[in-house]
Design a protein around this ligand. Structure first.
Ligand SMILES: Cc1ncc(COP(=O)(O)O)c(C=O)c1O
Length: 303
């Protein structure tokens, strides 16, 4: 990771290396935190944060689910994010807001421990690699299930939940794959470790309903782009063998953007190359986030 100069920490801009916390922080022991992943993109002229308010709305919703009372307004955090990017002189970057329960009580009940909020912004390339974005990645169905919806709270990005993704990701990498695909507790396809999943069959797009996965902001963009291209989008559960016989499979996420999947469990997806629909969505998403197709889009916050 490439360090930036400052991190916003409880209302102040502090030096990157000084943004530290107590080892008895509740969040560190029990995963009692919530976070977001946001990106800023630039074109030749301007830099924009993509869907800033939508990300912070999800941040506050995650906090509500997790009983974490954020001591700042959404407006304050959005403005702090803009300021942070300016102070760090960043253009294309990844933004990581996090709220976590601090030290005080070490019991499971966090009592009145302080809520800490940080925002970091730094340069971070494509999550699943440049090669992966161009040629597609190799994925493996994980031996770990996505936790049930009454344990996982799928509408929120709760830090502790992500240990499930960490297990799955490491297992996939150790086995020589690029990413893990997770099934839900009923055996249906749910999502990647940090991405939503789409398949294309006979020119129709299918994705998991949001009942059991994160309401991905990129997922929402993919659906809009598909509909603008007169492609039918079905939100429906599907099984792992439908992945194997799909014409195209791709993942969507702020970090992973639109990444084609070329092979799953050692079965080539169609010809093993990114498909036509995936490429259309990839291109249009790229132009949308960079303000190329519509610089006046209300998804873009200019820095
Ligand atoms: C589990 C999970 N699913 C899906 C996504 C994709 O969401 P988004 O497109 O909002 O980044 C993410 C990333 O935040 C994630 O962590």
């Amino acid at each position: 990771m490439k360090k930036s100069k400052y991190i916003w920490f409880n209302g102040k801009f502090v030096q990157w290396d000084k943004a530290t916390t107590h080892v008895l922080s509740h969040g560190l022991h029990y995963g009692s935190g919530i976070f977001e992943g946001i990106r800023a993109y630039s074109n030749k002229k301007d830099t924009f944060i993509f869907r800033l308010s939508d990300h912070y709305t999800r941040f506050f919703n995650s906090a509500k689910v997790a009983f974490i009372k954020i001591p700042y307004t959404q407006n304050k955090l959005e403005n702090a994010t803009l300021e942070l990017i300016k102070k760090n002189k960043l253009r294309d970057c990844y933004i990581r807001p996090l709220a976590f329960i601090g030290d005080g009580s070490i019991g499971i009940n966090p009592s009145n421990n302080k809520i800490n909020v940080i925002i970091a912004a730094f340069k971070w390339g494509t999550y699943l690699g440049e090669e992966g974005v161009k040629k597609g990645i190799r994925a493996k169905i994980s031996s770990f299930s996505r936790m049930g919806v009454n344990s996982f709270m799928t509408k929120s990005k709760i830090s502790g939940n992500y240990i499930n993704s960490v297990f799955a990701k490491r297992e996939a990498l150790n086995a020589g794959y690029d990413e893990a695909l997770m099934l839900d507790t009923d055996g249906y396809v749910s999502e990647g470790t940090g991405e939503n999943i789409f398949i294309v069959r006979n020119n129709k797009i299918k994705t998991t309903p949001i009942t059991s996965v994160l309401e991905g902001i990129t997922r929402d963009c993919v659906i809009q782009i598909a509909k603008n291209n007169n492609l039918e989008v079905i939100e429906q559960k599907f099984t792992r063998d439908e992945l194997y016989i799909a014409d195209e499979v791709f993942l969507s996420g702020t970090a992973a953007e639109i990444t084609p999947v070329r092979e799953i469990d050692d079965r080539k997806i169609s010809s093993g190359n990114p498909g036509k629909v995936t490429k259309i969505i990839q291109e249009e998403y790229k132009d949308l986030v960079r303000g190329i197709s519509n610089p006046a889009s209300n998804y873009l916050t200019k820095i």
